[in-house]
Design a protein around this ligand. Structure first.
Ligand code: ATP
Ligand code: MG
Length: 140
């Protein structure tokens, strides 16, 4: 298994409850290394572009409004099999279905306010990293 990178967002429900450190610790404890990180307020245009694949889904407008309701922390995570490792520590989209000990089981408020985003493939990870970071902001 090769070292790879994935993209993560600590969502507004988590930053609002001052959980940036708690969530990051769970990522680090899972074997992921934070090689880039910044706290930003997303614009509506940025959030709509990021979630473009979900544009036709019924929850799209609510999701965009939620993602711009407060600051988020965007991060690049590096490690062995980082995409799958991150998805595993995140837990299921709906916290009601998430495994014990996962970030969403421990911290998420709802299927929408579910504390973290994580890329679902290496290809999407690259696109998502490039959407928020320039190469000189990533220090592995
Ligand atoms: P993410 O892409 O944020 O890592 P995911 O891959 O587990 O999460 P997706 O199916 O890609 O889930 O949905 C993207 C986001 O949209 C979810 O994380 C959640 O915030 C929101 N979402 C998904 N399904 C619903 C739903 N049925 N109702 C409300 N919000 C939803
Ligand atoms: Mg997704």
């Amino acid at each position: 298994m090769a070292t790879e990178r994935t993209f993560s967002i600590i969502k507004p429900d988590a930053t609002r409850r001052n959980l940036t450190g708690a969530v990051t610790k769970m990522l680090e404890d899972a074997g992921l290394r934070v090689v880039a990180s910044k706290r930003i307020q997303m614009t509506r245009e940025q959030a709509e572009g990021f979630y473009g694949v979900h544009r036709e889904r019924p929850f799209f407008n609510d999701l965009v409004s939620f993602m711009i309701s407060g600051p988020v922390v965007v991060q690049v995570l590096e490690g062995e099999d980082a995409v799958a490792k991150n998805r595993a520590v995140m837990g299921a989209t709906n916290p009601a279905n998430a495994d014990e000990g996962t970030i969403r089981k421990v911290h998420a408020e709802s299927i929408e306010a579910n504390s973290v985003h994580g890329s679902d493939s290496a290809e999407n990870a690259k696109t998502e990293i490039d959407y928020f970071f320039s190469a000189d902001e990533i220090v592995g």
